[in-house]
Design a protein around this ligand. Structure first.
Ligand code: 5GP
Ligand code: ZN
Length: 113
């Protein structure tokens, strides 16, 4: 999708701090870090939301989530981690290319939730 900001990141048309990439998936730091190490994981193929994912896309995406989470855990040493996903504007989705948020947690002082 030519006007999708995450497709532009996949294609290298705009920069992103990538922390993981393979044939199907890319993960990069969120531009607006809710907590330190806040990371987004996306399929390279443009799918708007969870309802549009095929089993194969979901498999390719979710099978690398533990590896990315372990990388974040090692790099940032959080005390916890949230895995979040918003579908639809009313659920807080603002970029309509499916993504998972990995949100490292640091206890009371992290200011989230
Ligand atoms: P949503 O609200 O759709 O679940 O999350 C979208 C996320 O994408 C937000 O946390 C927002 O900060 C992030 N975001 C939006 N535009 C960009 C961008 O150009 N680069 C990066 N790295 N993150 C972005
Ligand atoms: Zn897209």
């Amino acid at each position: 999708m030519s006007d999708c900001i995450f497709c532009k990141i996949v294609n290298g048309d705009i920069p992103a701090a990538k922390v993981f990439e393979n044939e199907h998936v890319v993960a990069f730091l969120d531009i607006s870090q809710v907590t330190k190490g806040h990371t987004l994981i996306i399929p390279k193929v443009h799918k708007e939301n969870l309802y549009e994912l095929t089993p194969e896309i979901a498999k390719n995406l979710f099978e690398v989530v533990p590896q990315i989470a372990n990388g974040i855990k090692a790099a940032y040493k959080p005390v916890g981690l949230n895995l979040l996903n918003n579908n639809g504007e009313k659920a807080g989705q603002s970029v309509f290319h499916f993504h998972l948020h990995l949100l490292p947690r640091y206890g009371e002082e992290d200011g989230f939730g």
